[in-house]
Write a protein that binds this ligand. Structure first.
Ligand SMILES: [Zn+2]
Length: 125
């Protein structure tokens, strides 16, 4: 009985090993495909996008800061706000231009209306 079990065990072990190797190969293939897809879709934007200058507004000071997109990415982002390189705080937001008076307003503050003319500044939504 014990010997039978041992034989059965070694046979099973062989099958398990073959199965594990196959599984490993499948895993490697899947991981490679996922990595390649991730690299091509979610990695850095094309150079022309990175070189484009982007103006953002500091929601605390109202200061306008223009940097190439690549440098904004380097500053880092938190809750949709990029870091202000001068203050080191995550306070710079995208800009919305008021349709009525042309004032540049932060994307967040635009929801409350234009601070200059009081009209709703957000054109989107
Ligand atoms: Zn306005």
């Amino acid at each position: 009985m014990v010997r039978n079990l041992l034989v059965l065990g070694s046979l099973k072990e062989k099958n398990v090993k073959t199965w594990l190797v196959s599984l490993l190969i499948i895993l490697v293939v899947v991981a490679t495909v996922v990595l390649v897809n991730w690299k091509t879709t979610a990695s850095t934007p094309p150079p022309e996008v990175l070189a484009r200058e982007v103006t953002r507004i500091d929601i605390e000071t109202g200061e306008l800061i223009t940097l190439p997109a690549s440098e904004w990415i380097e500053q880092g982002e938190k809750d949709g706000l990029y870091k202000n390189p001068k203050t080191g705080k995550y306070t710079t937001d995208g800009i919305v231009i008021c349709e009525s008076c042309g004032k540049k307003i932060s994307l967040r503050k635009s929801k409350e209306g234009c601070p200059k003319c009081g009209k709703p500044a957000s054109s989107g939504g």
